[in-house]
Design a protein around this ligand. Structure first.
Ligand code: GAR
Length: 185
């Protein structure tokens, strides 16, 4: 049984889908949720599933506290599920298997500042006909690690960034856990 540690910053709908999916899995289980926002909804979700959580700030992420906390959970896989801070190289050195989900078809709409609704607004502003999701390994550069999976969706009927976000969340919930499970098996 492999240990999965989730990192999330906000709502945590992806985190919860992954927690639920791996409750019925013989391959892996979620052992903790790490979060950089003390009032994030993902922390309530973790609690409801009786999972330990670790809350930290940006300094603690970059200066050892988070790495120390990770040791006790012995992660085989770290998953960024809506985690909006840059993941530090110091942690990647010890745990190179870190996976991120990005709400667009990278390399388009990636890089610093491109997260969550910012991405969907930019996609809308550019009148894109399609967008999608990218699941990829994390490296030392924002959104530049090796791609694992991409899926596109037509958004010609979307009139707002919220409508695009809704379609993207549906895709994320459909595919993210399945891809993680394949990676672990
Ligand atoms: C997701 O759409 C995820 O792809 C995105 O944040 C959202 C979090 O939703 N991540 C990024 O933008 C990372 N650059 P959730 O909190 O409901 O899972």
């Amino acid at each position: 049984m492999r240990n999965i540690v989730l990192f999330a910053s906000g709502n945590g709908s992806n985190a919860e889908e992954i927690i639920k999916y791996f409750k019925n899995s013989e391959i892996g289980k979620v052992v903790a949720v790490f979060c950089n926002k003390p009032d994030a909804k993902v922390l309530d979700r973790a609690k409801n599933h009786n999972l330990p959580s670790v809350v930290f700030n940006k300094t603690q992420l970059n200066e050892g506290f988070v790495l120390e906390q990770l040791h006790q959970f012995q992660p085989d896989l770290i998953v960024l599920a809506g985690f909006l801070l840059k993941f530090p190289e110091s942690i990647l050195k010890e745990y190179p298997k870190v996976i991120n989900i990005h709400p667009a078809l990278l390399p388009k709409y990636g890089g610093k500042g491109m997260y969550g609704m910012n991405v969907h607004q930019a996609v809308l502003d550019n009148k894109e006909k399609e967008t999608g999701i990218t699941i990829h390994y994390v490296n030392e550069h924002y959104d530049e690690g090796e791609f694992i999976f991409q899926k596109s969706v037509n958004i010609e009927d979307c009139k707002s960034a919220e409508e695009i976000a809704h379609k993207i969340h549906e895709l994320e919930h459909q595919y993210f856990s399945v891809i993680l499970s394949k990676l672990l098996s």
